[in-house]
Design a binder for this molecule. Structure first.
Ligand code: C2E
Length: 289
């Protein structure tokens, strides 16, 4: 270490960096314990039919109630998990918990038309155990594969033969795959026709609606994705005018704060029942759960 010279020594002795390294270590060990003790939580955000407001599926989003720190969103702990094997345990826990919950809603609320989306980390897509983890979660929950959607949000996965082989295998189980890194560029558009993908999520970069020119582009994107046989979900819909434009452009499914924020399991159950009474009630802004 001493041979590393001036720069290495500065790193080692800089109090701020040492404090940051200590904090990362303590976060990783707290997180490991939280996974073992089953103390992660899921929030659910609905993906709704843009025309009727009816819930089509839920995206499961992981949270961690870290003692002394409150409820943490994934951006503050997943990057640490992704540097170790912990991410595998988290992804496995999420797919199990989300499918178990969907199975409960199916039984309790009679909604066998709903699906649940879970995010899969880039590194997990390349790991051989992924397919077994997904198959185990389906078997444990008793759900058909078609009720589960895996979301991938790294365009690089579409270019990786191991990741695409794993995605092809999970699709054989009936599971659908949503590609959520469309903004990554034209290359990802070109890759779509041959990719093991069923749905495309177009995000807020495409929602700079308001000018006719942007709307024309958005329309072309929606038509292009549909032309190759994929379904389109617009995410990050924050305003009524965005929703109106997406409906006018015949985008089938929408997700975003304007429709509902991620919510607790209990609130999601209540939301499903309200939306069943009045399909358009799902189009009201909601408060966080
Ligand atoms: P994502 O898959 O793109 O998830 C959507 C994120 O955008 C969520 O943040 C959600 O709360 C937020 N969001 C939803 N609607 C809106 C909107 O209208 N406007 C804005 N500004 N944001 C909106 P969250 O929950 O913090 O998740 C962030 C990212 O963390 C996710 O992005 C996903 O990549 C990752 N993630 C979440 N849960 C999991 C998980 O269980 N496993 C893995 N591997 N990654 C996860």
């Amino acid at each position: 270490r001493a041979k590393a010279g001036g720069r290495g020594r500065a790193e080692l002795f800089d109090p701020a960096m040492r404090a940051a390294a200590r904090e990362a270590e303590s976060l990783a060990s707290d997180l490991r314990r939280a996974v073992v003790d089953d103390r992660l939580e899921l929030r659910y955000q609905p993906i709704v039919d843009a025309h009727t407001g009816r819930v089509r599926s839920w995206e499961a989003l992981v949270r961690w109630n870290r003692p002394g720190h409150g409820l943490l969103t994934p951006g503050s702990f997943l990057p640490v998990a992704e540097r170790s094997e912990l991410i595998r345990d988290i992804d496995r826990w999420v797919v199990r918990a989300a499918t178990a919950q969907l199975s409960r809603w199916t039984t309790d609320l009679g909604r066998d038309d709903l699906a649940v989306h879970v995010n899969v980390s880039d590194r997990q897509l390349r790991r051989d155990g992924l397919v077994a983890d997904v198959a185990d979660a389906l078997a444990a929950s008793g759900l058909a594969g078609s009720r589960l959607v895996l979301e991938i949000d790294h365009a690089s996965a579409l270019a990786d033969p191991r990741a695409t082989a794993h995605l092809a295998e999970v699709r054989e189980l009936g599971v659908r795959v949503a590609f959520a890194d469309f903004e990554a560029g034209f290359r990802s558009l070109l890759a779509l026709p041959d990719a093991p993908v069923d749905l495309v999520k177009i995000g807020s970069d495409f929602l700079h609606v308001g000018t006719t020119e942007h709307d024309k582009l958005l329309h072309l994107v929606i038509q292009g994705v549909r032309a190759v046989g994929l379904d389109v979900i617009a995410e990050g819909v924050e305003r009524a005018d965005q929703l109106a434009t997406l409906r006018a452009l015949d985008c089938a499914m929408v997700q975003g704060y304007h429709l509902a924020r991620p919510m607790t399991t209990a609130k999601a159950g209540a939301y499903l029942q309200e939306a069943a009474l009045d399909p358009f009630s799902g189009l009201q802004p909601r408060t966080p759960g």
